[in-house]
Design a protein around this ligand. Structure first.
Ligand code: SF4
Length: 411
């Protein structure tokens, strides 16, 4: 069950309480390059990003935030380090939320108080972001635990179990991250400011999990989940799915970002896939495809990838299956809204559990997309299946024999 948090408003998006878990991302452009930044945010909006953060390292980046905000449709968050003047200008520009780590602000609490006063005046929310990297994590105590050796009575040197040492180190680090976050919150509360959410990020999945769990036992402020510096598309997606997935399954988390060393648009489908897998959001396509195997009789990999690509911008919840043969194909296809079950260069198309028709492989894409479009609202249907149908041919007629480079067997 989802943990009950207090709810805050970031522009017109609610975070926490019973609001849906919000999917967000961060731009990779130089924010002062307004055209590129706005174009990237529009691409993020297209794939379902609900909140966007931009880096504000210099005053040139802060002074254009108002213009960026006027040209986009989702709430804008300014990411500020060190210089409180940047946060004050960002708030003055009308951003919806400021993300700061009070621990690295010049003049610490005094600067935070100035920012809080401005945020209260303008109705701006705040994310308090504590990163494990910004805590002097490997302090002496943790290091000692890591390398500790003990001289036993029999004269043998006994080393601390490295796994146990790492566990203690993690525990210690997550304690310190949470203590910092609670301390910063208390500074805000002393000024009667509560429009706060909190992130406790770490590139270590286990440290992040420990910190978020601990925080959620001690406070009801909403949590922004993320594994920082998670990695490239594959490694980052896996780390985020594991870390965020475990927390979300425990009911922890009110907004998420999947951080990838990739175009930010690629983060959004991964985030929705995590949420769909846990039945926390049902936006867009629930896609089922088989991995293919030695029984496959169509080019399932190519067809599946092409169908998924064509449906990337669909927001209406819909379940689509692309399966390679008759073993599991009909079962999965029947359970989907639209399904394709392949077999010997042909495929059976299912719609809402009923067989619609059998089509040759060069019509798979056209047939699947046409059926999907028939279940979507008009604007999305047009995007998926334009007038005149789908021109490109999917599949290479890869029969089992051809796939194995064998002569076609006469049966
Ligand atoms: Fe293999 Fe058929 Fe299962 Fe696909 S559906 S993995 S081709 S057995």
């Amino acid at each position: 069950m989802r943990r009950k948090t207090r709810q805050i408003s970031v522009g017109n998006v609610a975070i926490g309480g019973d609001a849906p878990i919000v999917v967000q991302s961060m731009t990779t452009t130089y924010t002062r390059d307004v055209e590129s930044t706005v174009a990237q945010i529009h691409r993020l909006e297209d794939v379902g990003c609900e909140l966007v953060r931009v880096a504000v390292p210099e005053m040139e980046d802060a002074v254009v935030l108002g213009e960026i905000k006027r040209r986009i449709h989702i709430p804008l968050v300014a990411d500020i380090h060190y210089n409180p003047a940047l946060a004050l200008e960002a708030i003055r520009q009308g951003i919806d939320k400021v993300r700061i780590n009070p621990g690295n602000l010049i003049n610490g609490r005094k600067s935070l108080e100035q920012i809080v006063a401005a945020a209260k005046e303008h109705g701006t929310a705040m994310r308090i972001g504590v990163n494990s990297g910004s805590i002097d994590a490997l302090d002496q105590r943790a290091q000692m635990q890591r390398i500790q050796v003990r001289l036993r009575d029999d004269g043998v040197l006994e080393r601390t179990d490295p796994a146990e040492a790492r566990r203690k180190e993690r525990e210690h680090l997550s304690e310190r991250m949470v203590a910092r976050a609670l301390e910063y919150i208390s500074w805000c509360e002393a000024m009667d400011f509560h429009e706060i959410d909190v992130s406790l990020k770490s590139s270590s999945v286990l440290t992040a999990i420990a910190a978020y769990r601990l925080f959620s036992q001690r406070s009801d402020y909403p949590l922004h989940l993320g594994i920082t510096e998670a990695g490239t598309l594959v490694s980052g997606s896996v780390k985020s799915a594991v870390g965020l997935g475990i927390l979300l399954a425990e009911g922890i988390g009110d907004t998420i970002r999947v951080s990838l060393s990739a175009e930010p648009e690629e983060e959004i489908p991964v985030a929705y896939e995590i949420l769909r897998s846990l039945e926390l959001r049902n936006r867009g396509v629930t896609f089922v495809s088989c991995p293919s195997c030695g029984r496959v009789e169509i080019d399932v990999i190519q067809v599946a990838n092409e169908v998924e690509k064509r449906l990337a911008k669909v927001q209406t919840p819909i379940h689509v299956a692309v399966m390679g043969c008759v073993v599991n194909g009909p079962g999965e296809s029947r359970e989907a809204d639209v399904g394709l079950a392949g077999g010997k260069g042909k495929g059976v198309i299912f719609r809402k559990g009923q067989v619609i028709k059998t089509v040759p492989e060069d019509q798979f894409l056209d047939a699947v997309l046409k059926e999907v479009a028939s279940l979507l609202p008009p604007a999305e249907a047009k995007m998926v299946y334009p007038e005149g149908g789908i021109q490109e041919v999917a599949g290479k007629h890869r029969t089992r024999e051809e796939g194995m480079n064998l002569p076609i067997l006469k049966r």
